[in-house]
Design a protein around this ligand. Structure first.
Ligand code: R5P
Length: 294
């Protein structure tokens, strides 16, 4: 067995390799001057099981292509099995044709991976209108959650807190985390007007006065959802407002925009970022042990 990364997840790949005592291999993963992908493995892969740890952000489009090239090349070089650990699985939000003529990205991404890798382990993919990974993956694909590591962190670092999910889709995180921490939660109702414009309403009233409000969501992309939820919490008297995202993409200056609305902005290290405070590697190590039976 051998572990590598392509571009996005060097820290996590090295952590997992060290923890599991599986050798880490550097892979040359660059581009030709014209932008085409260039990839070179530096060890013999004959009969090896190759674990590629690669988050699909930043640069989701290029990363998907890079993963496909890497997996196909490994097989071509004699690898027995290619296992992708994608701490963040991109393309999952476009899980239906919201408007006529749109591309439904999630099953297309899955089909491309079905044709190139043998197994997938991922963290909190955006499963919503597609309820299970097996609805789109034919290979062995398993999702694990960051809920436990987030709940552990909250238990250690917060007092007098409540959990807020900014939209109905975040229920699966807000509810589990609130239960595990043993505090109250509420889930807001979100109207999405466009890629960049949202509004939130409070449906189930909860007392936020003087509370340390923790807003949890799977993805922070532009940050607009989090900002609207924070404004609502402040209006309702929150003492402090913290954002916790499983996957911090922070596109289009998202982090900068969020700063003035939050006391703290924290993410799990599924995507390498300066806000990474909560470590997912213990969860990934046990997932790999379980799924690969080692
Ligand atoms: C969508 O349903 C997700 O759970 C997030 O709420 C969404 O991706 C956040 O996007 P943004 O940060 O651009 O508002």
């Amino acid at each position: 067995m051998i572990i590598t990364t392509l571009k996005n997840s060097e820290k996590l790949a090295k952590k997992i390799s060290k923890e599991m005592k599986i050798p880490y291999m550097e892979t040359e993963s660059i581009t030709f001057p014209d932008g085409d992908i260039y990839l070179k493995y530096k060890k013999d892969l004959t009969e090896k099981k190759l674990i590629i740890v690669e988050s699909m952000q930043p640069n989701s489009n290029e990363t998907l292509m890079r993963i496909i090239f890497a997996a196909k090349t490994a097989k071509d070089l004699g690898a027995k099995k290619v296992i992708l650990i994608a701490p963040y699985l991109a393309f999952m939000r476009q899980d239906k044709r919201f408007n006529p003529g749109e591309c439904v990205s999630a099953p297309i991404m899955a089909e491309l991976l079905n044709n190139s890798i043998d197994q997938l382990i991922t963290i909190d993919p955006h499963l919503h209108r597609i309820p299970k990974l097996s609805d789109i993956f034919t290979i062995k694909a398993k999702n694990y959650t960051a809920n436990h590591v987030i709940a552990d962190y909250i238990k250690k670092k917060f007092k007098n807190e409540i959990i807020v999910g900014p939209d109905w889709e975040s229920y699966q995180w807000a509810d589990d985390i609130a239960q595990e921490v043993g505090v109250k939660k509420t889930v807001l109702e979100k109207d999405r007007h466009s890629f960049r414009s949202v509004d939130v309403k409070i449906k189930d009233k909860i007392d936020m006065k003087g509370k340390n409000v923790i807003i949890v969501d799977d993805i922070i992309s532009t940050g607009n959802t989090m900002i609207k939820a924070a404004q609502k919490a402040r209006k309702l008297g929150a003492k402090t407002v913290t954002a916790i995202g499983v996957h911090g993409l922070f596109v289009e200056n998202g982090l900068k925009k969020m700063h003035k609305h939050f006391d703290k902005i924290l993410t799990v290290n599924t995507i390498e970022h300066e806000t990474n405070i909560i470590d997912i590697s213990p969860e990934l190590v046990s997932a790999i042990k379980k799924e690969l039976r080692i």
